[in-house]
Ligand binder design. Structure first.
Ligand SMILES: [Zn+2]
Ligand SMILES: [Zn+2]
Length: 92
C-alpha cells in the first residue's frame, strides 16, 4: 500500500516531452521541460520559456491570448448592442 508514494519523490523533475532532466516550468502550462523542449518567446519587455507543446498550439508570441480576449470583448459588445436595439424596438 505505502510504496505507491515513492514514485513522486525520486530524482529531479522530468521533462514532460522527452523525459530528460527538466530545467524549469513552462510559462503557459507549468509543465516541467528540459532545455531542448522549450522555446524562448518574446512577450513584451522580458523573455519567457514555453514548452514545445504550447509553442505548437499557440505560436511564439503571447499576443494570441490578447487577440482571443479582444474577439470575445467584440462579441460581448455586439451582443449588448443587439440587446439594446431589441429593447428599444420592443418598448416602442
Ligand atoms: Zn525534453
Ligand atoms: Zn506549456
Amino acid at each position: 500500500m505505502s510504496d505507491l508514494q515513492l514514485v513522486e519523490h525520486d530524482g529531479p523533475p522530468r521533462c514532460v516531452v522527452c523525459g530528460a532532466e527538466a530545467v524549469g516550468p513552462c510559462r503557459r502550462c507549468d509543465a516541467m521541460v528540459c532545455g531542448d523542449c522549450c522555446v524562448l518567446t518574446e512577450g513584451g519587455a522580458d523573455v519567457h520559456a514555453i514548452c514545445v507543446r504550447c509553442d505548437r498550439r499557440g505560436g511564439r508570441d503571447l499576443g494570441t491570448g490578447y487577440r482571443a480576449l479582444a474577439r470575445s470583448l467584440l462579441i460581448g459588445f455586439l451582443a449588448l448592442v443587439a440587446f439594446v436595439v431589441a429593447m428599444i424596438w420592443l418598448t416602442r
